[in-house]
Write a protein that binds this ligand. Sequence first.
Ligand SMILES: Cc1cc2nc3c(=O)[nH]c(=O)nc-3n(C[C@H](O)[C@H](O)[C@H](O)COP(=O)(O)O)c2cc1C
Length: 297
Amino acid sequence: MKYYNDEILSLYDEYLMSEIIEQKIFCIDKTSSISPIISPVDTIQSRLVENIEELGLKYLLNYQTQKIGDVMNLFSFFDLYPYINKTEPYKESIKGISLNNSDKSSEISRIMNDRKSIRKFSGKQISFDNISNILLNVTNSRFNEEDGFWHRNISSGGGLYPIDIFLYAHNIEKLDRNFYKLNPINKRLSIVDLDSYSKIKNIFPSSFIIDFKHMGGIFLFSFDYLKVYQKYGELTLSLGLVEVGLIAESIHLLSTSHGIGTCDIGGFDKPLCESVLKLDGINNHAVYAIVFGDRIC
Ligand SMILES: Cc1cc2nc3c(=O)[nH]c(=O)nc-3n(C[C@H](O)[C@H](O)[C@H](O)COP(=O)(O)O)c2cc1C
């Protein structure tokens, strides 16, 4: 339904209208600030969504209190893993219709078959051109005359695009060591904060598994929960995390095609990451990261 006359609405009017709508729909409702719950997080949460039992948001708000390895000691798990992994083929039926991978030599097949998690890097500087191409190819937008909306290369639940991409540049040509935010429509990287780059060590503590010292940088992903919640309610968490997955895999494949190695990082210091990226940690959550660097093998 349209509330205005297309012909008299200038681009600037459209911009103003979108600003008003965003503020009206997505702001924290200050009128319901009295909460029976004393913890600050729950107080704020109850202002955001009427139902404080909203599970997806609760999960994201409490994410930082969960520790990996709680279920089983990680070292015991590493001992067991080879056995778990090697039983995979025995679980499958050998009956059924046989499939034929006939396009194995196509460009897309070659790149997909070449992708693997890379955790050791040569330390060689990453080209700015490659990083620009990766970031723009995952976010390129075009206006669709048929439906009158902007669409990106990667699909998004309801076309809401709630995932923002940040870049920590560690060793990238033309970029100072810093955190940047990608502005996909204007195709620019803007510095988030000049002084916070040293905090990277605390967000991703040194690990014997991942060679952070020789990396080119880290892609970081934030999720604007409330933007999706207004439309999709309880589907929100699932839609957001699936969308991060779509973006992440595209980044893996594009990076592979440029000779850049990548590895997902599921766990990191979420509250610290959010403070560095200037995310409120309530509407907007740091949810995922990918480390990258010059690929040795
Ligand atoms: C959701 C997700 C989270 C992951 N988190 C980490 C991580 O924190 N650290 C790490 O070294 N690898 C991480 N990985 C990489 C997996 O360990 C890796 O994909 C798996 O061992 C299979 O190996 P491959 O990617 O080389 O095929 C993650 C992968 C996924 C999909």
